[in-house]
Write a protein that binds this ligand. Structure first.
Ligand SMILES: NC(=O)c1ccc[n+]([C@@H]2O[C@H](COP(=O)([O-])OP(=O)(O)OC[C@H]3O[C@@H](n4cnc5c(N)ncnc54)[C@H](OP(=O)(O)O)[C@@H]3O)[C@@H](O)[C@H]2O)c1
Length: 336
């Protein structure tokens, strides 16, 4: 197998750091690796395998000879840097929302639509964390029973917002214990002991942009005919997003068959033994690659209704791992 020159842009952020770990864990074929970021973080020493690397400030020259560039940046910064990296010959895998809905840019969950990579033009978009973990189990159910409608409520961790939000929850917890005033700047309210039904900006329809991502990305990746009704909520968990998902299918199903189907599908662990108090939770998913599914039960209020509880590590399958799997799929399909 060939080895590749890799760059991680935003390497010291929440997703970028996880990406470094995952490349090592999965023994990604690396010839060289560059850790790029802002001038503020330039020259920081980072251990990568047995090597000591120094973070560099991102610039045009930094992309010279890079084969694959993982972008772990805010959307606006991705928009300005992606053409530069592609111009230097790199294939960009972008974690932000900047390009996800562009018609000619593949939006990929490797367990769901790896074939979409075939026509890439140097840029692949990684879907939103909430969409990725929902679509991994929806895909086998849709293939067999045809999903008509999905009603989903999310319980999203603060690491989904990035490193500043992790720091903010830590500080609020410390200030609470020290009987100090609880301050906030990342979120519009204190997140400690709270639940914010507000992720990303509100639109005129009353939905948030985060909710629209779940609708639009499901349509682009899986099937445009599936109706999706989301409510996205931020909760004071450090890591791991949870989702309560109600599904209506066209064809009838047997609950045991659904459990068996999910159990043998790639990337899924069924954890569903309520009698032993075993169900997916963020504390179980942290550091894991799989999407965990449990509380699988019939919705008795409609003809073909199904409920389930889905949990995944948002920094891994929701971001860094999915990006690395996209790169692996590109290599497998000889597209890089
Ligand atoms: N967190 C998640 O669970 C998750 C899931 C899916 C998608 N995403 C998306 O992934 C992207 C990164 O998220 P994150 O959570 O890792 O954010 P983060 O923790 O805030 O990290 C952002 C990184 O961007 C770097 N950066 C900022 N401005 C830059 C510039 N002008 N040039 C180069 N680097 C710059 C920062 O570098 P310095 O370290 O040098 O300041 C930092 O390392 C976002 O688009 C986010 O929406 C995140």
């Amino acid at each position: 197998m060939d080895n590749y020159n890799i760059a991680i842009v935003g390497a010291m952020g929440a997703v970028g750091k996880e990406l470094q770990k995952i490349l090592i864990e999965r023994q990604f074929p690396i010839k060289s690796i560059k850790l790029l970021g802002t001038a503020t973080n330039k020259g920081r020493e980072v251990k990568f395998k047995d090597e000591i690397l120094y973070t560099e400030e991102v610039c045009k020259e930094a992309f010279k000879d890079i084969d694959i560039a993982f972008f772990c940046l805010e959307a606006e910064i991705s928009k300005s840097l992606a053409p530069i990296a592609i111009g230097e010959g790199a294939v960009v895998i972008d974690n932000s929302s900047a390009f996800r809905m562009d018609n000619d840019i593949p939006l990929v969950v490797p367990e769901v639509n790896p074939e979409s990579l075939r026509n890439h033009k140097g840029l692949i978009a990684n879907p939103n964390c909430t969409t990725i973990q929902m679509l991994v189990p929806l895909k086998p159910i849709h293939d067999k029973y045809k999903i008509k409608r999905v009603v989903v409520s999310t319980y999203q961790s603060v690491s989904g917002t990035g490193k500043n939000a992790i720091d903010e929850l830590n500080e609020q917890a410390r200030d609470y214990v020290d009987h100090k005033e609880i301050k906030h700047s990342v979120y519009p309210y204190q997140i400690l002991f709270n639940a914010l039904p507000h992720i990303d900006g509100f639109l005129d329809t009353g939905y948030t942009k985060e909710e629209m991502k779940m609708i639009n990305e499901t349509h682009k990746i899986l099937d445009k005919n599936i109706k999706v009704v989301p409510t996205t909520v931020r909760i004071p968990v450090f890591r791991g997003h949870s989702e309560s998902v109600n599904i209506e299918t066209e064809l009838p199903f047997n609950i045991d068959d659904i459990k068996e189907l999910l159990g043998k599908s790639p990337g899924i662990t069924v954890l569903d033994k309520p009698e032993e108090k075993l169900y997916p939770m963020p504390i179980f998913s942290e550091g894991s690659s799989d999407v965990f599914v449990g509380r699988i039960r019939r919705d008795f209020t409609i003809e073909n209704g199904l409920n389930m509880w889905i949990v995944a590590d948002n920094l891994r399958k929701g971001a860094a791992l999915n990006a690395v799997q996209i790169a692996e799929s590109l290599i497998e399909q000889d597209l890089v």
